[in-house]
Ligand binder design. Structure first.
Ligand SMILES: *[C@@H]1O[C@H](CO)[C@@H](O)[C@H](O)[C@H]1NC(C)=O
Ligand SMILES: *[C@@H]1O[C@H](CO)[C@@H](O)[C@H](O)[C@H]1NC(C)=O
Ligand SMILES: *[C@@H]1O[C@H](CO)[C@@H](O)[C@H](O)[C@H]1NC(C)=O
Length: 362
């Protein structure tokens, strides 16, 4: 006969085993399955075999600490190279890096042509804190963020600067292409104090609520972007503040697909951003994507886009346009307070189908 007390003992020791405060070390893919049963994990440096990803599906409350650099064998496949999921996770890179081996893949065509590239490189589906990680040479897009509870990404470095140069396969174009820094489709995300050097959007918000992007520096890419917005999505409660944007195509952009319907972009607040050397548009709000300043769609309603103190200051190169706004008829609504925006250089751009901008003229 088994007593009730001994059954309870078995159950509780089982729970202890699967939920244990044990420590584990990962030094190869072979270690992962057992290590993820522990809530304290050290991630040593190693090379992940070609054609495989490192995927950490973690118990709630796990802390992972990097103790070396992770690189990936070279092979043309879909990726992702790294995936992390779990709730209340702390991932500390300790300044170590993930090396995506970009030069092996880069051909100037990004993710829409040429060789198949692992994309995205880093898939973050956790909540908690992901910090102090360096990512170099992503084959395509870098971070895809799709958490389901609050997530802080802080102190990250994305260095794809090597992709600025052409290579033997890129026909004179920059070899790196479509190397978005952060693609966000999630609620309650803060990305802060990070440095991004790439060849596409520094940040692209595709959907979500309560998204903060602050104190980051964006170099060489296409700027800080909401979109491209597709059908049936909402973006709201976005704060873009204190970022430094250097030598990008745009500083700040909202782009919506001309074919999109049933979507909303609202309550976006910009403050204290500084942009210099902007090559195409200081501010571009355009409802005609994939065209630029083409025939705008009317299926995405944009409202409440404001520049608050401290002033956002943007300087564009000669030949660039300061501000261009291309709305579908009645698709941009309300009054937008732009009294804390200054844009210099270049020439004035067109403002189409909207007269609700207050406190700013170009
Ligand atoms: C992948 O290829 C790149 C460039 O060709 C090279 O720098 C890197 O060392 C290679 N990675 C591995 C793990 O062999
Ligand atoms: C706008 O977004 C901010 C930041 O997420 C939020 O605090 C504020 O409540 C929102 N305002 C409205 C009217 O929803
Ligand atoms: C815009 O904001 C400024 C500064 O925050 C304020 O002084 C001004 O009254 C606002 N304008 C409108 C039309 O709300």
């Amino acid at each position: 006969m088994i007593s009730l007390a001994s059954v309870a003992l078995v159950i509780s020791s089982g729970a202890l085993l699967s939920n244990a405060a044990c420590s584990a070390t990962i030094s190869s893919l072979d270690d992962v399955a057992n290590a993820v049963k522990c809530t304290s994990i050290t991630l040593n440096g190693f090379t992940v075999p070609a054609g495989q990803g490192l995927s950490l599906s973690l118990a709630s409350g796990t802390t992972v600490t990097m103790n070396g650099d992770i690189s990936f064998g070279n092979k043309s496949w879909d990726g992702p190279l790294f995936t992390i999921s779990g709730t209340g996770i702390t991932f500390n890179g300790n300044g170590h890096k993930f090396d995506g081996g970009g030069p092996f893949y880069w051909d100037g065509q990004g993710i829409n042509g040429g060789t198949t590239k692992p994309d995205p490189m880093m898939k973050v589906k956790m909540s908690g804190t992901f910090e102090n990680v360096k990512v170099v040479n992503s084959p395509g897009r870098v971070f895809s963020v799709g958490n389901s509870a609050p997530l802080l990404l802080t102190g990250l470095t994305i260095d794809n600067s090597q992709g600025d140069q052409p290579n033997s396969k890129s026909g004179g174009q920059a070899a790196g292409h479509n190397t978005d820094g952060f693609d966000v489709s999630a609620n309650d995300v803060t990305i802060q104090n990070s440095n991004i050097h790439n060849q596409d959007d520094c940040l692209a918000i595709n959907k979500g609520t309560n998204i903060v992007f602050k104190g980051n520096s964006c170099t060489g890419g296409h700027g800080i972007s909401i979109g491209s917005i597709d059908s049936s999505v909402t973006v709201s409660g976005v704060v873009i503040s204190g970022n430094t944007i250097t030598n990008n195509d745009q500083a700040l952009r909202i782009k919506t697909k001309s074919s999109a319907s049933g979507s909303t972009v609202k309550n976006v607040t910009y403050s204290g951003n500084t942009a210099t050397g902007i090559r195409k548009f200081g501010i571009l709000i355009d409802e005609s994507y994939p065209s630029t300043l083409g025939t705008p769609g009317t299926g995405v309603i944009i409202s409440d886009i404001n520049f608050v103190s401290p002033t956002t200051s943007i300087s564009v190169v000669s030949g660039a346009e300061r501000v261009a706004v291309n709305c579908g008829k009645n698709a941009c609504t309300g009054t937008w307070n732009w009294s804390n925006l200054k844009v210099s250089g270049g020439s004035a751009g067109p403002i189409t189908n909207f007269n609700g901008i207050s406190g700013f003229s170009q």
